[in-house]
Design a binder for this molecule. Sequence first.
Ligand code: G3P
Ligand code: CA
Length: 326
Amino acid sequence: MQTATPLSPPIVIAHRGASGERPEHTIAAYELAIAQGADVIEPDLVPTSDGHLVARHENEISETTDVADHPEFAARRATKTIDDRAQTGWFTEDFTLAELKTLRAKERLPQLRPGNSAFDGQETIPTLEEVIALAKKHKVAIYPETKHPTYFASIGKGTDAPLVAALKAAGWDSADAPVFIQSFEVKNLQRLKDMTKVRLIQLVDGEGAPADGAAPSYAAMVTPAGLATIATYAFGLGPNKAMLWQGETPAPLVRDAHAAGLRVHPWTYRAENYFLPAAFRRGASPVEHGDVAGEIAAALRLGIDGFFTDFPAIGIKARNDARGVK
Ligand code: G3P
Ligand code: CA
């Protein structure tokens, strides 16, 4: 059963929901994004100890939940090395889904987004199935990201198979299903190519390299030869927005990716001055909002096919203005 959503690019992808206005990766954040008109909602995915996938940006959840306030879980605090980075805290893979559901979400960036803290303690951690059900109810697409696939496979909690199983259970296993699967790693996308027909997106950053060692650098992956390789398994490219520019001059990335047959969905457009390039900041405070609509408009003029934003309402207006839609 297919519930295909007509997606007319450029698409507006609600990054972790409307995460500029609600604590990220909560049903409230996704619902607000949908109400604002987002085409797509983005869950980052990590596993539980009992084989479920839940929406969190990190498997270490002390910054986005009240886990530290739960004495019954104090002994679960641990230090782990994930993708060469040592981290101390509480990790989703050490909790059952039932245990995680006793936690409540909180705002990650209370200093930049103080208004969002008013919603702390109201929401649980959503499961992938809950995100799918919400997307189906409102006929929007989803853009799940597999976080740390090599790490999770190494501890026997691989996320690719349960993700594909959940999508198939939802009737989503075709190239026009309302789904894009994204990853900063390469090898899991190449495996996913043989596991599902849904569209795959290769994420790349302005520095560093994929954690699975599949390429020497992200820079090497965005050369014309690198993009041609990505096009053998992926539908599109998800670059850091800074990679679209060389100073104020367009970088060749959008043109080269399109030449390779890839769509381009940059991340992440955020309204606070703290996240904006100097030309789009307004006022001196990092908390104040600058001209993110102008930043998005400049990217749209480069021909991008969609974009991630924490502020879907602003993104929708910028997209519609670019289309000449009132
Ligand atoms: O998935 C696009 C963008 O979300 C990648 O960065 O760290 O926010 O998941 P991150
Ligand atoms: Ca993401």
